[in-house]
Design a protein around this ligand. Structure first.
Ligand SMILES: C[S@@+](CC[C@H](N)C(=O)[O-])C[C@H]1O[C@@H](n2cnc3c(N)ncnc32)[C@H](O)[C@@H]1O
Length: 296
């Protein structure tokens, strides 16, 4: 009997006091992050905004195309003087919001849909499970897993991202938590871990569409994800807790993530679908990424 077809589920990010998608429309989103209000491009929001222009005009900063150069991704424009970083809280975990190039703000708010889930898995396991976070960026999920009791290995190719992650660790008051911050290429690192016979109970992957390792190693999601996942299988312990895969690459489908996890990680319970932010003004869902979760 073939397995039933996967039914996509939507993970909805809402109800977070320090991050609110206030409104969206005309290709933009209006967001409140702690005390900072920003406007960023949002191609999915082809509809009309619900809030007044005056509300949008109250934004402290907006990201838009660079008028002087069509080449780069754009830049931030500020309406008032703002610090480069400011604290944001998720439940009682504090980390930094920050203005970065490429319109990002130091964390991906829709990832909150994974945070409680991971914390829950780690807490229930209760025996200091080992969690590997590949492409971990500024490390919010690494901090959440460590605080729940995991021993975390966080890997990213960007020195800046690791520096920001360590700053987040200090702000969160988790300076003594068992987290290894590793600056490396994800593929090289996992191949080395497989050779060493290392094992992890939980693996989190959030690969970009295209990236580079610290020595210029090329990462292309369509080319390299299958092999990376089969190496994840090799380092998954014989008492696994989870494998979480998210993707922001257009042209991918949740069904592809589902089939990849099934092929490379093995039979288990696999959930897949979209991740969306719920907008407050009109309750509309703004889809930002795809996810698939494997549990034994
Ligand atoms: C989409 S972000 C991850 C977001 C993060 N999971 C979060 O929710 O905060 C992608 C990350 O992959 C890293 N990266 C890109 N190429 C890489 C490579 N070859 N090896 C390891 N990390 C890489 C980037 O530096 C970036 O921090």
């Amino acid at each position: 009997m073939p397995l039933p077809d996967p039914i996509p589920t939507t993970l909805i990010a809402d109800g977070w006091q320090d991050y609110r998608l206030l409104d969206s429309g005309h290709g933009r989103r209006l967001e409140q992050l702690g005390r900072v209000r920003v406007i960023r491009p949002e191609p999915q929001a082809m509809w009309s905004p619900k809030l007044s222009e005056a509300e949008w005009d109250r934004a402290d900063a907006s990201f838009g195309p660079n008028e002087k150069s069509e080449e780069d991704a754009g830049n931030w424009r500020f309406r008032r003087e703002l610090p480069e970083t400011w604290p944001v809280s998720y439940r009682d975990l504090r980390f930094y919001g920050r203005f970065t190039p490429f319109r990002h703000l130091g964390f991906f708010p829709e990832q909150m849909t994974q945070w409680d889930w991971v914390a829950d898995c780690v807490t229930k396991a209760g025996n200091a499970p080992r969690v590997l976070n590949l492409f971990g960026y500024t490390g919010v999920i690494s901090l959440i897993a460590a605080r729940a009791g995991a021993k975390v290995t966080h890997v990213d190719a960007s020195k800046k991202a690791i520096t920001y992650a360590r700053e987040n660790q200090e702000l969160a008051g988790l300076g003594q938590a068992p987290i290894r911050w590793i600056l490396d290429d994800a593929r090289k690192f996992i191949a080395r871990e497989a050779r060493r016979g290392s094992h992890y109970e939980g693996i989190i992957l959030d690969p970009p569409k295209f990236g580079r390792g610290p020595k210029g190693e090329i990462w292309k999601v369509f080319e390299h994800l299958p092999l990376l996942l089969s190496e994840c299988r090799a380092v998954l312990s014989d008492k696994p807790l989870f494998v979480i895969l998210t993707a922001y690459a257009a042209r991918l489908s949740p069904f592809s993530l589902h089939a990849l996890l099934e092929e490379h990680i093995g039979k288990g319970r696999i959930e897949c679908g979209e991740i969306a932010l719920r907008e407050e003004s009109g309750n509309r869902l703004v889809s930002t990424a795809l996810h698939a979760r494997w549990t034994p």
